[in-house]
Design a protein around this ligand. Structure first.
Ligand SMILES: Nc1ncnc2c1ncn2[C@@H]1O[C@H](COP(=O)(O)OP(=O)(O)OP(=O)(O)O)[C@@H](O)[C@H]1O
Length: 483
């Protein structure tokens, strides 16, 4: 027998349940009748499904960075997903280089791809740390990208034990297939440009001994992993390329990247005001890469060590008054690399070595100083072969004699040979000869007109003049890493 008090409680509970069910039916009918399908879908997706899913699903977050280093799982996932798509995917980023045979598609931010593996459905979403709507963070840098994988809880072991190793293998296979060098720019905008620079050591018009010395140095560097480990040094190498404009500094960097199959990151220092910006940029660089800082003598704020005002990059952010000096910058890069970098090359270029900060030139900083000089007869022969496809010609002797007397850059010669590419070699070479003769006459005239005019505006000098000027610039390489 149920006591009367319990009876009352039961009755009120049943009537409450009935009225709740009635209200639910009533509101359900209202929603079905009055709310359009799109809004109903929205509520379904935004509230109901996530609520129920949260009990049965789990998420795996793959961030691009692990501390200061690039997370290789992120790279693998990115490569793997680049060949996947879902019917619901609205936006892809498409790219292709001349060297690559295939178009590459990458998920755009906010997109979802559903992958299938061993009977499981795996939803990948590409997003970023600062929310998918923002384009930059407070420091003006792009938000840090990440992937979120949503899976059923019961699939966790299978995903970690089989799916991720599978992604790794697939990504490796895809990378091998698509192998091509990339030139990346580590600018704020993170613009990525494909390195399709055709420069190779064969095509470079530089002194053959210098070329061989550079190649030998690179070979030695990449083969010395154990040596660097043994002596406790970061596996890195620094090169300083110096010489007049148009002597092939950029071409040499491209040739090194092509030779080693490394990525290039072009670091634009003038954009950096704070250590944190620099750290964020440097940590986007991968192993087996070349970090290039061009025209270091022109880099605002870093050029003159004697002048503290100029030497310091002041933070524009008042709260964060970090100041960046050249040696600070180099130590900073070294520090980051020593904690997570392997097989790195850093290259500085300058047109004026004499203007450089002594911090950069001090022993142990740059391993090899490479002087890119004006064109030599041997360099001219390489250019003639590159542009005209000839190894010898009756005009070679006269041209070579003039090249010995007049300062002319490989870029100038290349331009002369390029200008007449529709003509026959005879015509091209005759015009080059004329160009060199004119140059020589201009210089002689300037010399005879007086000392002031000796300095011809475009830097024309005869070889004998500069050879005495630059006796100190004869080193082609100084190895500081001998075992
Ligand atoms: N040593 C060289 N061998 C072959 N080609 C060269 C060489 N130097 C220059 N060139 C030609 O001239 C062009 C410009 O040269 P490059 O940009 O490499 O010179 P640079 O020394 O880096 O000049 P800058 O100091 O102005 O940056 C190249 O694209 C290439 O065609």
């Amino acid at each position: 027998m149920v006591p009367p008090a319990a009876m009352v409680w039961l009755t009120s509970l049943m009537s409450m349940a009935a009225s709740t069910a009635g209200s639910a039916i009533f509101f359900g009918t209202i929603v079905r009748v009055f709310l359009p399908q799109s809004l109903r879908d929205y509520f379904d997706d935004a509230i109901f499904k996530p609520f129920f899913r949260s009990f049965s699903e789990t998420r795996i977050v793959v961030e691009k960075f692990e501390g200061y280093c690039v997370n290789h799982v992120f790279k693998d996932v990115e490569t793997y997903l680049s060949q996947k798509s879902s019917p619901s995917t609205r936006a892809f980023r498409a790219s292709k280089t001349r060297k690559n045979k295939y178009l590459t598609f990458n998920m755009d931010r906010g997109e979802v791809i559903v992958d299938k593996f061993q009977g499981m459905e795996l939803a990948w979403k590409r997003t970023c740390r600062y929310g998918s709507r923002k384009t930059t963070n407070a420091a003006g840098l792009p938000p840090l990208p990440l992937f979120v994988l949503s899976i059923k809880r019961k699939h966790r072991q299978k995903v970690l034990g089989s799916y991720f190793p599978y992604i790794r293998r697939e990504a490796e296979a895809l990378k091998a297939e698509r192998k091509g060098l990339k030139l990346r720019s580590a600018l704020r905008t993170q613009t990525r440009v494909d390195l399709d620079h055709p420069a190779t050591f064969d095509k470079l018009a530089i002194d053959p001994d210098l070329k061989n010395a550079i190649i030998a140095d690179l070979d030695r560097f990449v083969g010395r992993k154990e040596f660097y480990k043994r002596v406790g040094k970061t596996w890195k190498r620094g090169y300083l390329l110096y010489g007049p404009p148009g002597t092939g500094k950029s071409s040499l960097i491209a040739a090194i990247a092509n030779y080693l199959n490394y990525h290039i990151y072009d670091l634009e220092l003038s954009d950096i005001t704070r250590n944190s910006d620099l750290r964020d940029l440097i940590r986007t660089t991968s192993n087996r890469s070349i970090l290039v800082i061009e025209d270091i003598d022109c880099t605002s704020g870093l050029e003159d060590r004697g002048d503290q005002q100029k030497n310091i990059i002041k933070s524009s952010h008042r709260k964060n008054k970090s100041q960046l000096t050249l040696s600070g910058l180099l130590n900073f890069i070294d520090g980051l690399w020593s904690s997570c970098g392997d097989e790195r090359i850093i290259i500085f270029t300058t047109n004026y070595k004499e203007k450089l900060d002594p911090a950069l030139l001090r022993p142990g900083r740059m391993d090899m100083h490479i002087h890119m000089s004006y064109c030599t007869p041997a360099g001219f022969k390489i250019l003639a072969n590159n542009y005209l496809g000839i190894q010898d010609h009756r005009l070679f002797a006269d041209i070579e004699a003039l090249i010995r007397q007049v300062e002319v850059t490989p870029a100038q010669i290349a331009e002369e040979l390029m200008n007449y590419h529709t003509d026959k070699p005879d015509v091209c070479l005759a015009r080059l000869l004329e160009f060199l003769q004119r140059k020589k006459i201009e210089i002689e005239k300037a010399v005879s007109e007086g000392p002031e005019k000796e300095k011809v505006e475009n830097g024309n000098k005869t070889k004998s003049q500069t050879e005495t000027d630059s006796e100190t610039e004869t080193e082609t390489g100084t190895d500081k890493d001998s075992d």
